[in-house]
Design a protein around this ligand. Sequence first.
Ligand SMILES: [Zn+2]
Length: 413
Amino acid sequence: MSEGATAAGCGTGGRTAAGRPAAGPATGPIGWPRIGVDVGGTKIAAGLVGPDGSVRFARTCPTPAQAGPRAVLDAVRDAAEGVRTAAAGPVAGIGVGAPGVVDASAGTVLSSTALLPGWAGTPIRAYLRAAFPGLAVAVDNDVNAMALGELRFGAASGLDSVLYVSVGTGIGGAYAIDGRLVRGAHHAAGEIGHLVASGSRTCSCGGTGHVESVASGPAIEAAYAEACGASGPAGPSAEPVGLREIVRRADAGDPVAAAAITGAAEVLGTVLGGLTCAFDPEAVVLGGGVAGIGTRFTEPLARALRRGLLPAMAELPLLRAALGTNAPLVGAAALLDDAGIAGLPDVPGLPDVPDVPDVPDVPDVPDVPDVPDVPGLPGLPGLPGLSDTDAAARTATEIAADGAAIATNEERP
Ligand SMILES: [Zn+2]
């Protein structure tokens, strides 16, 4: 992408890598339409997703987070059932994006923040497969789902490899190569928000100085409050100022507000530049509400990112996510194309396979008597002038000396 195109920080819309057709309607063993579900800390969204990535019958309900994971699962089931009823036709499966570290192969949450108490260990896929017999179910981390949505239908459509980062209340990320998400040995690949960056602010995970604690929306608000407490116009006892108001003040000429946004963007851009050097994706895609601030955030981010690139990467496109608020639902539905995680529907009516009868033990084969030792062959006489003993006595040093002598001889005219 040219410098002029990056002046706005990002572009939007699908791109096509040379030699690879743009992703059209996804084709796979599981058809369409599908139900996409996004489980958030405050609300659950569900919608019917078509083969072109369109969303219909979307609905939301509050997340009963404090009532525990069973209540959350019940709400997910009800939301999906509501969409299925509204669809008034067959649906092929259910994809779910959920917060926390998710074992996508099992469809189970491994760990989560305090956003959803007790969420770790929740077997989302097993629950939904029992609730919707005959439907395929796929479950993954919500940011992984959003990245997959951008890869199939959005800003990264047609690309094979992409580094995706979502900047909002938290910072999440994902990396895809060969058109597939990289999940990692511990199901936590792409957790960009928890890379150590700078400062001493506590992260949502309990760590210190993580990217999320420096560059997320709440981090920008904290940075502005800290700066105002020290020297800014608001004073130390002022009410907390939200991100939207910080942007407004920056646009009105408040240098403290502008610096809070720029500082966050530069930290994230530097981290993304380093990750780009490590993984060399075809593009970086930037999503989330903070990215929606616009050029005040994306321009310093792009400059910092490009400072960290090798010359061969100079044309790396930095793209704005294109799916907007539909991304979590579209991405969740796209998870069903991942053969590694999609739970295939149970096939009804197959008879139980009878147990194979035990095979009787094979009688022991009697031991073969030992073969008597064959007397040794008489030793061959050594070659004259180079007995076995002589050869064994030749040291590496002597052999090297021979080599040097050969080299010396060959150099002679
Ligand atoms: Zn962290």
